[in-house]
Design a protein around this ligand. Structure first.
Ligand SMILES: NC(=O)c1ccc[n+]([C@@H]2O[C@H](COP(=O)([O-])OP(=O)(O)OC[C@H]3O[C@@H](n4cnc5c(N)ncnc54)[C@H](OP(=O)(O)O)[C@@H]3O)[C@@H](O)[C@H]2O)c1
Length: 294
């Protein structure tokens, strides 16, 4: 029987609806959460991401502002601007869209954001708290994946989760979240990377397989066991002359073959992507509530 499709669009809409209620509560206390986004340069994908985030804020009632800078912006100017936003009361969350141009150190940018406004969950303070099992802001994509699993009835507790990829945005933080002794976690986690031997032996043992490599259609039906739950994080552009743009997005999983073996699977697009944005909104509301003690 073909797999159940885990609909990230629908689940993220449910989350956004429940956020609207929290926002109404805050509004009654005359509090409106504010998110500042900073975009340096003209990377087309970054522009799309920032626009999507701002639009999502508008839809639920989070106030957002975007600083757009030319790609030559000196690093010191960006750090000064972050410092200003750290001190601005109406701004509760700050996000700097990565990648930044070469003259700007992403590490310095991450360190510059006040951990209380770090709605991306990248600051070492928040990463440390996550590892310690006392999280404040968890990174949006891993948090979105955890929510997807729980809300689709696939609690990772007691399961063997195999993660393909140890990147700092997805694989690494996700692994540290899923092995915690806490709700939505409590899994046995295996992390695979380019030095992993006999990868298929490991993927075949997964109850939940999460692919976050950036390798189009890497995971095939022969690599998964029947009944597996598959979360596809990969976002890869492949050429497709039949589309208007000449390309289309595919995941790290060969969806058509794997869906015949899996119990449940996320599509690309429409799986993890919308959840990442929903979690950014959720983190912004959380930051506002903490800062305004509401
Ligand atoms: N949907 C979303 O919201 C969202 C958000 C973030 C990222 N993404 C997508 O998720 C994917 C991963 O992103 P990322 O930032 O985590 O990437 P990354 O930092 O480049 O990490 C990729 C990881 O995959 C591993 N890898 C690559 N090829 C492999 C192979 N053949 N076998 C085993 N492991 C392999 C790498 O291993 P080494 O460490 O050994 O190099 C690395 O750990 C990308 O497609 C990205 O676009 C989607």
């Amino acid at each position: 029987m073909p797999a159940e499709i885990i609909d990230g669009k629908m689940i993220s809409s449910e989350i956004k609806e429940s956020l609207k209620e929290k926002l109404e509560d805050l509004k009654r206390k005359e509090i409106v959460p504010g998110l500042a986004a900073i975009l340096v340069g003209d990377n087309p994908a970054s522009q799309v991401y920032v626009n999507m985030k701002v639009k999502a804020c508008d839809k639920v009632g989070i106030r957002s502002e975007v600083d757009r800078y030319p790609k030559e912006l000196p690093e010191s100017d960006l750090l000064n601007r972050i410092e200003e936003l750290n001190g601005k009361e109406s701004i509760h969350g700050i996000l700097v869209q990565f990648p930044t141009p070469a003259q700007i150190s992403e590490e310095k940018v991450i360190l510059a954001v006040d951990p209380k406004k770090d709605v991306d969950g990248f600051h070492p303070f928040n990463v440390g708290m996550m590892l310690a099992g006392k999280p404040t802001f968890l990174p949006c994509t891993p948090l979105g994946i955890q929510e997807l699993l729980m809300r689709s009835g696939n609690d990772p507790s007691g399961k063997h989760v195999v993660i393909l990829g140890r990147g700092s945005l997805v694989g690494r933080p996700l692994a540290s979240m899923l092995f915690q002794k806490s709700k939505g976690a409590n899994a046995t986690v295996t992390i695979c990377h380019t030095a992993t031997r006999n990868l298929t032996n490991l993927t075949l043992q997964a109850d939940i397989l999460i692919a976050a490599m950036g390798k189009a259609k890497f995971v095939t039906a022969a690599m998964v066991k029947p009944g597996v739950v598959v979360i596809d994080v990969g976002t890869n552009r492949i050429e497709d002359p039949s589309t208007k743009s000449g390309y289309r997005l595919v995941g790290d999983v060969d969806f058509d073959s794997v869906k015949e073996v899996a119990k449940a699977i996320t599509p690309v697009p429409g799986g993890v992507g919308p959840m990442t944005i929903a979690m950014l909104l959720s983190n912004t509301v959380k930051a506002c509530k903490i800062q305004s003690e509401a």
